[in-house]
Design a binder for this molecule. Structure first.
Ligand code: UDP
Length: 311
């Protein structure tokens, strides 16, 4: 049975990965310092005989006793408002944290998978984004702390692969949503759903014509596990190519929640990407993966989750 370590294991994606890997028979060790993760995401796993949790900041020396077969490095603030609030921790976990996690992978002879991001493409000048696009990132803007940390993390991962021969995988994750997002994480899907359920105005930034492509969490997790199990060391986009504007998303949330909320326009954050859509040819051809959950179905599941935690 593989023994798999997940940094950021109490976070949104980390905890869903923990569930999925336990279902596949792995022993799972979650490391999290809980700055944006939450024990409520993994409390249902306490008592599971193949699950362990260690409270630890992965930017510090990280030791795990025994064999480790896989390390999934998912620790990082991941929502724009989080990394604006925690700029130094975001840079540290992407740089020092990735270094520590790779060092552990080398020591344990483990396979390493980096959670990278569509943010490595910045405000893209190529659309949709293919893995061979180098991106358009402002290193000194407020988002630069996340984008550059992840770009550094990719470079460090490739260096450990080339120099030390560590088996590595890099997933570029595009906007993912679903149950266990935090009500106040500031991301567009969670924010709109919470606002709609509370009959508060939906805050659309800018004119709302910027686009994103939203992937339901179960699809994202399936793609990540297929990549982990593959032999591809180059980065692979995992996301849902179905692209829509932020305004379209707001209207869809209003329809599905039957909400009377109005739409309120607010200032567009600095360096907010104008478009984003993954080209998933690589994932389709090499991993035989593509997303299955339609946005209406995924939003409905997310709305049901938010209804339960808000009541
Ligand atoms: N957004 C918005 N209202 C909100 C939160 C976000 O209009 O209350 C917009 C944001 O400006 C961006 C898009 O929704 O264009 C997605 O934002 P999110 O923070 O979810 O993630 P990003 O893709 O920017 O990392």
């Amino acid at each position: 049975m593989p023994r798999t370590l997940i940094t950021g294991g109490a976070g949104f994606l980390g905890s869903h990965l923990a569930d999925a890997l336990l279902d596949r028979g792995h022993e799972v060790i979650c490391i999290d310092n809980l700055i944006t993760g939450s024990l409520s995401n993994i409390e249902h796993l306490f008592g599971h005989d193949r699950f362990h949790y260690i409270k630890h900041d992965v930017t510090n020396f990280t030791h795990v006793p025994g064999i480790v077969d896989n390390i999934l490095h998912f620790a990082s603030p991941a929502s724009p408002i989080d990394y604006l609030k925690l700029p130094i921790q975001t840079l540290k976990v992407g740089s020092l944290g990735t270094h520590k996690a790779l060092g552990l992978a080398k020591e344990k002879n483990a396979r390493f998978l980096l959670a990278s991001t569509s943010e490595v493409y910045g405000d893209p000048l190529v659309h949709p984004q293919k893995e061979d696009y180098w991106g358009n990132v402002n290193p000194i803007g407020p988002r630069g702390v996340y984008d550059e940390a992840k770009r550094f993390a990719e470079a460090m991962t490739m260096a450990y692969h080339r120099y030390h021969g560590v088996e590595t995988r890099i997933v570029r994750i595009f906007n993912t949503y679903g149950p266990r997002m935090r009500v106040k994480d500031g991301r567009v899907v969670s924010t709109f759903i919470a606002q709609a359920l509370k009959n508060e105005p939906l805050t659309v930034f800018g004119d709302g014509h910027q686009t994103r492509s939203f992937c339901f969490v179960s699809d994202e997790v399936e793609g990540i596990i297929r990549l982990l199990e593959s032999d591809i060391d180059a980065p692979v986009n995992i996301g849902n190519p179905s692209e829509r504007t932020v305004i379209e998303l707001a209207k869809l949330v209003l329809e599905l929640t039957n909400s009377k909320s109005e739409i309120e326009f607010k200032e567009l954050p600095i360096d907010d990407p104008k478009v984003r859509q993954p080209d998933i040819t690589q994932a389709r051809e090499k991993l035989h993966w593509e997303p299955r959950v339609d946005i209406r179905e995924g939003l409905q599941k997310t709305i049901t989750y938010f209804q339960s935690i808000l009541s």
